[in-house]
Design a protein around this ligand. Structure first.
Ligand code: 2M8
Length: 419
């Protein structure tokens, strides 16, 4: 494993700020130089969280820059493009400009975990900037209304993701089953560019799925009646629940009624418990009508809810701390349980540890006053970045870095962990 010279907290913090400075384009922070040259939605929310204490001006600009990409439907897209191409699939695939609901700035047509209200709450908590809350609140209300109206594909109140990219955990083993069920050969949409650039069949299916949605005009009716991929994900919905609670707390500052947001959080809690729990939280495949029984780090999203019943909390924490997850690896938290046949310590969301999910679980530990767990997550994550740098993800056994270097959310959340 590559060794870095020992750095103290102050030096690590300075390095993190330097990475974020270098990744700032003047109109948003890119996740990493090179591979990800645009603004990604939940990456930006993590950047807002990390910069809240250190650069509130930049945190404000980051969120506003992302929200320039919001559609008239309220949908906050998973990518806001800064240049015309330079990433595949770029604007010419999404063709957002052909949709009446899309903004002027070019965006993707999918959404991503709705972390933004929690990020705004975090920002307010550390800055006391109520004027900014008033400014951003209506956009986040619209985002939540979009999810309630266009994404409740299961009819029980949860938001469905309609593409693996919407989970933020693209190649998670949780999506293998729903992807395998796609009739790609029958309806296959391929072109030379895709064949050349993305020979991998999973990626072909991602692109095919995105283009089907695009060709249906990004219509909610199509999603409800025809789209072949629809999954209720515990991480996406756990984050949404936490964001609804954040909205309830922020509402008075924005002159809005907190009650609908608090009630919404309660409904989400019940739906998550009714539909996604079976000894641990699992994603539900709406098209196959069953739970997807592979336990990934996404299973712990509902722990962000302070009102989670104690028996479920204890059962889920037991799984998290067991040899299926943290108990077996040297570093927190593998993205898939290590006993699963699909676990792969080297592959992206199929095994490696990520700073953002560690941060979310540390937040969950804080809301339940699980101090020891919170400390383990903090220390383990700081050990990862101290040893390997601000990498995209890490081998959960030896802590070596994987993926991009100078990765924005790894740097931003390190700033928060150091505070
Ligand atoms: C990864 O996702 C993009 C597609 O959106 C990709 O693989 O190209 C994921 O890790 C996702 O969570 C993240 O937001 C994005 C940018 O960092 O990269």
């Amino acid at each position: 494993m590559e060794a870095r010279p020992a750095v103290d907290d102050a030096a690590l913090g300075r390095e993190a700020l330097a990475v974020l400075e270098a990744n700032w384009t003047g109109a948003g922070t890119v996740p990493a130089p090179g591979l990800y040259p645009h603004q990604w939605s939940w990456d930006s929310a993590f950047v807002v969280i990390g910069l809240a204490r250190h650069r509130p001006d930049r945190a404000r600009d980051e969120l506003l820059s992302l929200l320039r990409g919001q559609w008239a439907t309220g949908m906050v897209p998973h990518i806001v493009f800064h240049t015309r191409e330079a990433y595949f699939p770029g604007p010419s695939v999404w063709r957002s400009q052909e949709n009446d609901a899309a903004p002027q700035v070019l965006t993707s047509g999918l959404t991503s975990p709705p972390l933004h209200a929690l990020a705004l709450w975090w920002f307010y908590r550390h800055t006391g900037d109520a004027a900014f809350v008033r400014k951003a609140f209506p956009a986040l209300e619209a985002q939540h209304a979009y999810l309630s109206s266009a994404r409740d594909l299961g009819g029980a109140g949860l938001a469905a993701i309609v593409h693996p990219w919407e989970s933020g955990m693209d190649d998670s083993p949780a999506w293998d089953g729903p992807l395998d069920a796609l009739p790609v050969i029958r309806y296959g949409y391929r072109n030379v560019e895709m064949d050349e650039r993305h020979p991998d069949s999973d990626h072909d299916r991602y692109v095919w799925l995105a283009m089907r949605y695009r060709d249906a005009g990004y219509s909610p009716e199509y999603l409800r009646d025809e789209h072949p991929f629809a999954v209720e994900d515990p991480m996406f919905n756990g984050i949404w629940l936490a964001s609804c609670q954040a909205m309830a707390e922020l509402a008075p500052l924005a002159g809005a009624d907190p009650v609908p947001h608090a009630e919404h959080a309660e409904r989400l809690r019940q739906a998550i418990l009714d539909r996604l729990w079976d000894g641990c939280f699992y994603a539900r495949d709406l098209r196959a009508g069953r739970l997807i029984r592979v336990c990934t780090v996404g299973a712990f999203g509902p722990l962000l809810d302070p009102g989670l019943p104690t028996d479920r909390l204890h059962a889920a924490v037991e799984v998290l701390e067991s040899a299926r997850f943290m108990g077996a690896t040297g570093y927190p938290v593998p993205s898939c349980e290590i006993r699963a046949s699909q676990f792969d310590r080297t592959r992206y969301w199929r095994g490696p540890s990520w700073v953002n999910t560690n941060w979310l679980l540390r937040r969950a530990a804080a809301v339940h006053s699980l101090d020891h767990l919170g400390q383990q997550l903090t220390n383990g994550t700081l050990r990862l970045v101290r040893q390997a740098g601000f990498r995209e993800c890490f081998d959960p056994f030896d802590g070596s870095g994987r993926g991009c270097r100078d990765f924005s959310w790894s740097a931003a959340l390190t700033l928060d962990l150091l505070a």
